[in-house]
Write a protein that binds this ligand. Structure first.
Ligand code: UDP
Ligand code: MG
Length: 134
């Protein structure tokens, strides 16, 4: 998912180019503005963290773009090119390491497992997406 700061800062093309450069195919995309209920589900594992209100405000502040990325090792590979969650751990050459300046507004989200990818794609695009996993 391209997060609101990615769209606001005009980084859509740069980030998508990195995904394509890695060798992956983007098989669908959709822009929408998320509401608080969506974020509470998407980030349910973080709802008791002190930064959650700030995270929720940021994630609902403008449109995001959900992408379905396909290819060999796509989930693991997307996590690698995304880079670290914590700003302090950022590595140059990753999307977050090169473009993010803090741990909250960090440009992209990438699913962390096949199970979560399926849940997240269905939440974002609707259940019609299920057959993509084969
Ligand atoms: N986040 C934050 N502060 C933190 C950790 C996470 O604002 O200390 C935000 C950040 O936008 C991150 C999101 O919460 O991408 C989800 O956190 P998670 O631990 O799932 O990291 P990710 O899977 O995105 O690397
Ligand atoms: Mg996560």
């Amino acid at each position: 998912m391209l997060k609101p700061d990615c769209i606001e800062r005009g980084l859509i093309g740069k980030v998508i180019s990195r995904i394509e450069d890695k060798g992956y195919t983007i098989s669908d995309m959709k822009m929408q503005t998320l509401d608080e209920a969506f974020i509470q589900e998407h980030y349910a594992h973080l709802k008791n963290r002190p930064f959650f209100p700030e995270l929720s405000e940021y994630m609902t502040s403008g449109p995001v773009i959900g992408l379905i990325v396909e290819g060999e090792n796509a989930i693991r590979g997307m996590r690698i090119i995304t880079g670290a969650t914590r700003f302090e751990d950022g590595t140059a050459g990753t999307i977050r390491g090169d473009y993010a300046y803090c741990s909250t507004k960090n440009v992209v989200h990438a699913s962390d497992s096949p199970e979560n990818a399926e849940i997240e794609i269905n939440r974002f695009f609707g259940d019609r997406r299920l057959p993509l996993f084969r």
